[in-house]
Write a protein that binds this ligand. Sequence first.
Ligand code: CR6
Ligand code: PLP
Length: 829
Amino acid sequence: PSASELRPTHPLALAPVAAPPASVDGFVRRFLQNLNFDQGVALSASDDNDRYLALAGTVRDYLMARWLDDQAQQSRQQSKTVCYLSAEYLLGRQLDNNLLAARLTEIATEALAQCGIDIDDLRALEIEPGLGNGGLGRLAACFIDSLATMSIPTIGYGIRYEYGIFRQAFADGQQVEQPDAWLRLGSPWDFPHPEAAQTISFGGRTETYDDDGVERTRWVPEWNVLAVPYNMMVPGYHNGRVNTLRLWRAVATNAFDLHTFNSGDYVASVRAQTFAENISKVLYPEDSTPQGKELRLQQQYFFVAASIADFVEHVLPDGFDLTKLPERVIFQLNDTHPVIGVPELMRVLVDEKGMEWDAAWAITQKCFAYTCHTLLPEALEVWSVDLLGRLLPRHLEIIYRINDAFLLEVRERFGDDEMLIRDMSIIGEHPFRSVRMAYLATVAGSKVNGVAELHSQLLRDNVLKDFARMWPEKFTNVTNGVTPRRFLRLANPELSTLITETLGAGWTVDLERLRGLEAYADDPEFRERFAAVKAANKRRLSRVLAARDGTTIDDGHLLDVMIKRLHEYKRQTLKVLHIVSAYDEIVSGRVPVEKVQPRTFLFGAKAAPGYAMAKHIIHLINAVGEVVNADPRVEGRLKVLYPSNYNVTLAESIIPAADLSEQISLAGKEASGTGNMKLALNGALTIGTDDGANVEIRQLVGDDNFFLFGMSEPEVEALWADGYRPADFYHEDERLRRAIDLIAAGAFSGGDRSVFEPLISNLLYDDRFMALADFGSYLDAQERVDAAYADQDAWVRSAILNVARSGFFSSDRAMRDYLDRIWHATPVH
Ligand code: CR6
Ligand code: PLP
């Protein structure tokens, strides 16, 4: 028989794929098989990396049957799929999460022990895939975890960057960036599928042609690349579900090489290959401050076009009636990064599938929804018309046509108000002609949501107010959430055990059950156990830091943490001013040192490599730490720690240990925050402004269990309108003056006054984020913190109530809200 006539007849070939037996023996056998057959080494000759890869392969094998089954089922059932389009996924380490999801943690630990291997040694080897900058990327990772746990058919689409977020090191207190070669030792968690590659085009021109008497437009691109999908498993928690995260890698097409090769220039053809492959080479390290670089637009189009084509060609059955597309998919736009998908879907429907414009537009509008993650004007992405037209000429035409129709609608609705037309146009004219991606997303999306109540309100009232007037029903809120599996169950095993012993096991998938802990907040025995868990977590963190950096956290210290990207709006400077002021009080003899509550201030933060002011702030934190930590007059009561390279792995050690969570952004600037939720959920009390999700945290945990300070958003606006003069605050507040003078005088720079001059000048004459205006209120709140911490019983009670009342911040709840308000997809069990 010819190969095409062969059909499986062997019983094994007909049976469904089976997982290896879930037993220690079964695990050992599969582990050794992986080690021998996949890694090609004997146990006795293997090193830790071989063993790690074999362990990962084994866990994967256990999940594989479910994964294949879920894919088959999904293609049979053809139910509505959530396609989450995100340029970033900050996944964190995979091993523990996958072991947990598959209920294999104990089995694997015992199986490896029987092979003479300590599983902890292998855990430590995993390099986390840092395919994101911070909150937005980590949010995407939490969301796909929740969607898998809730059995929602989902495909996460993104980019498989060869280099993720840079590794941060410090040299003389200043940030140095090193490449993150996360794929160096192998990538056991993903599977390349070159056979499912998509060709993605760029450049060239458009032309019209006659199609049986109908004039049509087509794109004649100039060059193209291949997008090769790499599939990663996204296992749900204990539900047997395994969804897919599909990340695209750019590879040069044959045509690309051949073209240059035929011209005889071999070296140029190899260079051309590098050019194509650059597209997925590196993650742009800017968080909330896009730079408008051409390569970034290439990345965006690359992954979005590949994802849409993948869904239409591979996920939908042959001959699918595309007018029914909205019943089968919702493309969720994670911020503006994937918004070029809107004209791309229009191009596919109109140019490739021959659909009428209006019909295609009606479909497109139902297939997209847009999440906005910022309020900072500099973070709202725009692309110059020149650049976009050069790279994607057909898309620019489509955007113009969408805009023309939209502006007609605006005129019909609001009359010929030319100023309003300018304000609302998708094409901005000033300071250069550009496409406003947030507006395009708002016009095209079926829904637009902000990421916390306050943020969604400010979107409606300010940033997108004209759009909200036009389409009030389009706007909604979904407050962010975090996955309790990674950030409580895995990161804080002792607290998880205590909760399970107290409330039973169901909380991991029903976080509101934590409410049950309220009843124990006044129970002395529970409090004691809770406090013991916190103390153990601090010791664990101390060991982690000792091994990394040789630093420790002393017993009796309040652990005060500020962990997030370095950004002026987040106001790490305000925190430093507090530390400098506390130091000054001691060394100037204004406060007797024995009266000072011992505190360890812990920072974790990367700055965008080109963000000069953020880098000055990093330098200042390190410089202050060096002086404060070494000054004998402080008697070790104040300590500043700044472990380098803050990432998800480090977050998982810091968060469970924290006593105090610093969420001190200027009101109206932090869209939501998610670190704030993780810290509250792990029993840290928040000191924070009324900003982002802090507002909801405070409402839920109660005023008594939260240290509020600073101006409210309307007060911020009023002060701006009044003409903000930071120097006035400097003159009026003695503590502030002393702290700033100390830095300016060179106390932390060996007497050199020039080192921090740019930072000091910025504070005194500009201070866009009003650190000086909130300083007094912040210090008062810190005094309340010290007083509260002195009463340990009351503090522990507050910490317990923080945990008990944080169930709302589960990403499972966030997913339910998206499903109800935006996606309308249902679980497939
Ligand atoms: N930088 C917001 O600033 C929010 C996350 C996730 C951010 C932050 O407040 O929690 O998104 N915004 O919604 C962007 O990335 C544009 C962030 O992480
Ligand atoms: N960076 C990392 C590594 C994180 O794990 C998180 C998440 O919580 C963030 C940044 C976001 O922090 P924040 O919400 O405080 O900005």
